[in-house]
Unconditional design. Structure first.
Length: 183
């Protein structure tokens, strides 16, 4: 019985890993392992808002450093789900602390590939918990073949493109922005 479960888990892992490698190539260049997280984000056509937020939060140096970091990177489409007023407000210098809290809610120390997330979920009876550099938890679960992340405030995001390996970590594109409670 254990052998059958292990075999099914490996097959599931391979299927999901294959599905995630079929992501949208223009979002983040998954072959740019010579780039840092920040240089790939800056070059991406679909992460202009995230790059502006990282820059305004004074986190460019962090995500350009040695890391490694795992970034759950909201696309511009994810940011567009927020009101324009909220985004503009967050980007103001007087809201830098709140912006830093939002950005760091998407970053986990270490290089955590989709396969590692899935393995942790297998070991955790269907869920895995990761701690952001802000100190909050992100819980990973499955919904069909999608990895779904839920932050400590109940915000849910799906990984839409996984495993964009960088010199200093990995980027997983997500479809929602994790918004921390007001500071």
């Amino acid at each position: 019985m254990k052998l059958i479960l292990k075999s099914l888990a490996i097959l599931f892992l391979l299927c999901v890993t294959f599905a995630y490698t079929q992501g949208i190539p223009e979002e983040i260049d998954r072959t740019a392992i010579d780039n840092t997280i920040i240089s790939s984000t800056m070059q991406s056509r679909n992460h202009k808002t995230l790059y502006a937020a990282v820059r305004a939060a004074d986190l460019l140096e962090t995500l350009d450093g040695t890391g490694p970091y795992t970034v759950f990177a909201p696309s511009d489409l994810a940011f567009n789900k927020l009101s324009a007023g909220m985004i503009n407000s967050l980007l103001r210098p007087e809201n830098k602390e709140e912006l830093q809290a939002m950005v760091t809610s998407h970053i986990v120390a270490g290089n955590i590939s989709a396969a590692k997330i899935l393995k942790a979920m297998c070991q955790g009876s269907g869920k895995a918990i990761f701690t952001t550099i802000k100190g909050e938890e992100i819980t990973a679960t499955m919904d069909g073949i999608d990895i779904v992340l839920t932050d400590s405030n109940g915000n849910r995001a799906r990984i839409t493109t996984a495993d964009a390996n960088q010199r200093n970590g990995v980027i997983h594109v997500i479809d929602c922005v994790f918004m921390p409670r007001r500071i």
